[in-house]
Design a binder for this molecule. Structure first.
Ligand code: 5GP
Length: 206
């Protein structure tokens, strides 16, 4: 079977609980690598450069785009976000399943460039619950929360381009469902063409 890791994209409305979900997934299962994005947004309290994000200036970000160092990038609520290329391919080549926790425009670009990528959209149980979580987080002003709610409304239109949706209601259950979806991807025919080819030639060479 193929030793190459899976490229999984996880998106969800801001406040859907993706961060908590990713943390729980990585604590529980050990073959995952979470890509660290570059962004021009300011660090939130408690965030560290190189851990949650690489926090860079607009000029540095534009230079990364020009040099082809990002496999996708997008603008989200007045800031740039992008996925550094090298880490992703290195981890996949080492056999780890790489997760990109990115928004929808970036996710669709990934699907275009890497059709074998697995796209998962995480939803809260309801819009009211989404707002409760955003307010409860206490890191954004009401103005930004309203912007993020409006953005969620726009993003809902793109969900049908994803492969799967997961409802993040009970955390542990959602973690296991995500793990199973990604692991099932290893069994796809498209992920195992080399093995299939080898089996074919072994059979015909007999
Ligand atoms: P936040 O500012 O809340 O950390 O992130 C805002 C949005 O940007 C989230 O939906 C997050 O998934 C997305 N995001 C984070 N990194 C990237 C990236 O590298 N590329 C894209 N396209 N979106 C990203």
């Amino acid at each position: 079977m193929s030793d190459q890791g899976i490229l999984a994209v996880v998106s969800g409305f801001s406040g859907a609980g993706k961060g908590t979900l990713m943390k729980a997934l990585l604590e529980k299962h050990h073959n995952y690598a979470l890509s660290i994005s570059a962004t021009t947004r300011e660090p939130r309290e408690g965030e560290t450069d190189g851990r949650e994000y690489f926090f860079v200036t607009k000029e540095a970000f534009e230079e990364m785009i020009q040099k082809g160092q990002l496999i996708e990038h997008a603008q989200y609520v007045n800031n740039y976000y992008g996925t550094p290329r090298q880490y992703v391919f290195q981890q996949m080549a080492d056999g780890r399943d790489v997760i990109l926790e990115i928004e929808i425009q970036g996710a669709l670009k990934i699907k275009e460039r890497f059709p074998e990528a697995l796209l998962i959209f995480v939803m809260p149980p309801s819009a009211d619950e989404l707002k409760r979580r955003l307010v409860g987080r206490g890191t954004e002003t009401m103005e930004v929360i309203d912007k993020r709610m409006r953005r969620a409304g726009q993003e809902a239109a793109g969900i049908t381009s994803y492969d799967y949706i997961l409802i993040n209601d009970a955390l542990d259950q959602c973690v296991e469902e995500m793990h199973q979806l990604i692991q099932a991807q290893h069994k796809r025919v498209s992920q195992n063409l080399e093995f299939i080819q080898q089996m074919k030639s072994e059979l015909t060479d007999r």
